[in-house]
Design a binder for this molecule. Structure first.
Ligand SMILES: Cc1cc2nc3c(=O)[nH]c(=O)nc-3n(C[C@H](O)[C@H](O)[C@H](O)COP(=O)(O)OP(=O)(O)OC[C@H]3O[C@@H](n4cnc5c(N)ncnc54)[C@H](O)[C@@H]3O)c2cc1C
Length: 471
């Protein structure tokens, strides 16, 4: 553990934007259909990583006082479980998550299995399991971890509205529901995990590159997110079998697919889709979620097999939630002065590789590692802080950009229509990864090796000196 002296790096005032949870004292356990879910993995992970490293002054600001989105599941691959283990929250997550042992990729129209990739040795190979869980399981565990750290102070219902200085001391303007007047906060380092619509990103790119556009991209895809309980699935033995399994299933079709897996101690079946975005086409700046229509959802998947139809039919009317899937072009920088972007704010991704939240949590862990390298005599030196944050960018940007591109590529391959390319894809699927690769990059052993073996904190520790010197 770090030692405490008169003024050392652990005294730096760290401000984190984004926590995405409601200020509950216990881990919330929403029912699958309740209007509560937790996001803000990047902010929670960052705050906890700094506290675990020994930083004493961490303030987290979050717009939400209570969120209102539909619950959803999340995959937690070994690379993020490695980080979560170091943060001390892995046991709480594992207690109710599913330990994935296989993935089954099926033709959506027929339910015919294109590939069955067994992965019983993930824990043995990479030291950590590949889990699926409820988002409340992950975010709740991170939040509970944060509550045990006196260094972390949460400010819910409080939004960052402006940044008036980036360096040497970021100066931030906040608006809170609890008070009428906006107020100013000065800090030493600002870490903004404020999501795809990041206000910090806009301000940072304007200040650093005079850019007024944040280059968000429409992917043309949207997602339905659904959770079904054991009781709902009970009349369908085939669906109960899937709920009891440790398998992730992906049903693929032209320009659409469905991915599903059990969460919450095999009591909830989580289903997420990707399909052409028609509803959001004209609402780019508005919210990225909307109540969907059940009949429209059924028509999107009308060519899929009866098993999928049975599953989608179980969703109660009025409880279909649709998300717009957006990304943005690689940014010219993630860092300006003493401010750095984290998570979706700087590398929003399509979900096809299941790495978005994982990358956000890894970002926070890497930041805590590199910032702790600042020598005591340099803690008030703006240039040193900027260079240190730039080391974070050098460590993370190539890796995250590669994963974002891979997710986009995987989506393209999964969504092929009839033709030669699809025939070749299905032939490659039939080889079941014997060549070390399958077209679904999420399930591909070569890609898994590249991502799962990556120990971002170890890399940061080992490469900090070399990268800092290169700047
Ligand atoms: C359908 C789908 C499936 C996915 N599946 C997976 C998966 O299996 N595995 C995985 O790892 N990832 C997955 N992802 C990706 C993952 O959800 C995101 O990458 C991740 O949640 C991003 O976290 P974040 O903390 O960066 O941003 P967010 O979760 O967007 O959090 C940003 C937070 O900042 C707050 N905020 C914003 N602006 C302000 C402000 N001005 N002031 C104060 N607070 C502010 C917001 O209220 C919010 O709480 C999936 C995504 C989708 C859409």
């Amino acid at each position: 553990m770090p030692h405490s002296t008169a003024a050392d790096v652990y005294d730096l005032r760290i401000v984190v934007i984004g926590a995405g949870t409601s200020p509950l004292k216990t881990t919330p356990r929403p029912t699958p259909r309740s209007l509560t879910t937790l996001s803000g993995m990047g902010g929670l992970g960052t705050a906890l990583a700094f506290a675990k490293k020994g930083f004493k002054n961490i303030s987290v600001y979050e717009t939400a006082s209570n969120l209102g989105f539909v619950g959803a599941g999340i995959q937690m691959p070994p690379n993020v479980m490695r980080v979560l283990d170091r943060l001390g929250v892995a046991p709480e997550i594992e207690a109710e998550a599913t330990d994935v042992q296989a993935t089954s990729i099926r033709q959506g129209s027929t339910n015919e299995e294109l590939a069955h990739v067994s992965m019983p040795d993930i824990r043995e190979k990479y030291g950590f399991p590949h889990l699926t869980g409820h988002r409340s399981n992950l975010a709740g565990s991170l939040y509970n971890g944060c509550l045990k750290e006196p260094a972390i102070k949460f400010h819910f219902g409080t939004s960052l509205v402006n940044i008036t200085s980036f360096s040497p001391k970021p100066t931030l303007i906040f608006r809170s529901r609890a008070q009428e007047e906006e107020f100013i906060v000065e800090c030493d380092i600002l870490l903004s995990a404020d999501g795809i619509k990041s206000l910090t990103r806009s301000h940072l790119l304007r200040a650093s590159h005079n850019l007024t556009q944040t280059e968000e991209e429409d992917t043309g895809q949207a997602a339905y997110r659904i959770m079904l309980t054991r009781e709902q699935l009970a009349p369908f033995p085939e669906l109960i079998k899937l709920l009891n399994s440790n398998t992730v299933v992906r049903w693929v079709g032209e320009r659409r697919h469905i991915i599903a897996y059990p969460v919450s101690n095999h009591n909830i079946y989580n289903i997420s889709t990707a399909h052409p975005d028609t509803n959001f086409a004209s609402a780019t700046s508005a919210t990225y979620t909307t109540k969907g229509s059940k009949s429209q959802m059924l028509s999107v998947f009308e060519t899929f097999c009866p098993l999928v139809q049975d599953m989608l039919n179980l969703v109660p009317d009025g409880e279909v939630c649709e998300w717009k899937l957006r990304i943005h072009k690689p940014l010219p920088t993630w860092v300006h002065g003493s401010v750095a972007l984290v998570g979706d704010a700087c590398h929003a991704t399509l979900p096809h590789l299941s790495q978005g939240a994982a990358m956000a949590i890894e970002d926070g862990a890497v930041l805590a590692e590199v910032v702790s390298e600042i020598p005591a005599e340099k803690i008030h030196d703006g240039e040193t802080i900027t260079k240190t944050l730039k080391v974070y960018e050098l460590l993370r940007k190539p890796h995250c950009t590669a994963l974002v591109d891979l997710a986009t590529h995987s989506g393209r391959v999964l969504h092929l229509g009839e033709g030669k390319a699809k025939e070749e894809r299905d032939k490659a699927f039939k080889e079941n990864g014997k060549s070390g690769s399958v077209p679904d990059k999420w399930a591909s052993p070569d890609v898994q090796k590249m991502i799962y073996a990556n120990d971002c904190v170890k890399e940061a520790r080992e490469r900090f000196g070399e990268l800092f010197a290169s700047l």
